[in-house]
Design a protein around this ligand. Structure first.
Ligand code: PXL
Length: 269
């Protein structure tokens, strides 16, 4: 069994952050390990606060993992400060960890800012160049580029701009179009080609942690050996099934079912 690492925030309600990541890794048959960047207090309704880790406490979680496991893929989620971004970037580059997926978490679904402005600049400068793929939603693509992104053409421009922002090396960019009004198409740009990944718009309140889950699923698929477009397609299909089979918990944006019925099972759709 291969090991995949998540460096992300802790959401005690289990819908987002590191708990969602570990469940996702397990759903793909991977062994998940995790280091917490921030302890948030939240439920499905709102985020009430966050206690960020220091570089020392984050590093002290990461160091023993690198000494003991062969890490086959990495996903980063909420990295709220310049220091936590630097620590994660240093860890990934020092240990030459493969298949880094960066989810540039900037704001929670419920509208809580999870990262400050200095950290956004640090993310672009130090972490994105290490990534195989970065997975902004529309709001995150806007914050990273300063563009207004409303349609597919805007997503293409944002993806190009994000690649251009990374001076030392370029990640691929997956701009998630889930909040577009007319379609739910995601756009994957690998620096050369654009891939348009049609999605099914599912009308639901159960969307807590969809971004976390998608990026963790991509990291697992890449670690398992998929090429990027295939990894993204499989991850997207998994998230759609996880949304469709959401357990309907909580009063707000409910969590997904991280162990949905496998495709092709008789009686499933
Ligand atoms: O979905 C973004 C996100 C990521 N990570 C943590 C979160 C959230 C949103 O609430 O709490 C820990």
């Amino acid at each position: 069994m291969i090991t995949v690492l998540s460096i992300a925030g802790y959401d005690p309600s289990g819908g987002a952050g590191i708990l969602a990541d570990i469940k996702t890794f397990a759903a793909f048959g991977c062994y998940g390990v995790g280091a917490i960047s921030s302890l948030t207090s939240q439920n499905t309704v709102a985020v009430y606060g966050a206690a960020h880790q220091t570089p020392e406490t984050l590093r002290s979680q990461l160091q023993p993992l690198s000494e003991d496991f062969t890490i086959a893929g990495v996903k980063t989620g909420m990295l709220p400060t310049r220091e936590t971004i630097e620590t994660a970037a240093e860890f990934v580059s020092t240990h030459r960890l493969p298949h880094l997926v960066v989810d540039p978490v900037i704001r929670s679904t419920s509208g809580y800012d999870l990262i400050d402005d200095v950290a956004v600049r640090e993310l672009v400068r130090h972490l994105l160049p290490l990534a195989e793929v970065v997975t902004p939603n529309l709001a995150e693509a806007e914050r990273l580029t300063g563009l207004v992104v409303r349609d597919i053409a805007g997503m293409e421009e944002a993806a190009r701009r994000i690649v251009a922002l990374c001076e030392t090396a370029s990640p691929a960019v997956l701009v998630k179009g889930g909040h577009l009004t007319d379609t739910a198409t995601d756009l994957l740009y690998d620096g050369r080609d654009f891939y348009y990944l049609e999605g099914e718009r599912i009308e639901t309140r159960n969307t807590h942690g969809t971004g976390c889950t998608l990026s963790a699923a991509i990291a697992a698929r890449l670690a398992l050996g998929d090429e990027l477009p295939e990894a993204v397609r499989k991850a997207k299909n998994y998230v759609e099934r996880a949304i469709r089979e959401a357990p309907g918990l909580g009063q707000g944006a409910g969590p997904l079912n991280h162990f949905p019925t496998p495709p092709g099972t008789p009686g499933s759709n």
